[in-house]
Design a protein around this ligand. Structure first.
Ligand code: ZN
Length: 120
């Protein structure tokens, strides 16, 4: 069996823990419900879902200008994109699957599992 590295193991059929780790330090914290919902989205869209930002440690969050209480720091948010699928279509899909927080950006959609709805 090939040597595997830190955080390298599957969470679901299509997602590996590594995909969610902080890009600056490799720390990771991720809510199981977020991953479950992303897996459902993955199956609905039928194409690879790319996590552009999953967990962020506080210093990484600050560096990217994230919200002070960002759900990325709580393992409850992910920024995603799907090559070949528009941002608005991806946001519609997230909406239909019940993500509570949805934010559209040029190039990616932010989804999170906060309590209560937020749209931007
Ligand atoms: Zn970090």
């Amino acid at each position: 069996m090939a040597a595997r590295s830190l955080n390298d193991f599957p969470l679901t059929e299509n997602f590996n823990l590594r995909e969610f780790q902080c890009s600056c330090c490799g720390q990771v914290k991720i809510h199981p419900k977020l991953v479950e919902m992303l897996q459902v989205l993955r199956e609905k869209v039928g194409r690879p879902v790319i996590i552009t930002s999953g967990y962020r440690c506080p210093s990484r969050n600050k560096a990217v200008g994230g919200a002070l209480q960002s759900y990325h720091m709580r393992g409850m948010a992910a920024d995603i994109k799907v090559p070949g699928v528009s941002i608005s279509r991806l946001a519609q899909l997230a909406e239909s699957l019940g993500f509570n927080g949805i934010g559209l950006y040029p190039g990616f959609v932010h989804v999170d599992i906060r309590n209560g709805k937020a749209r931007w």
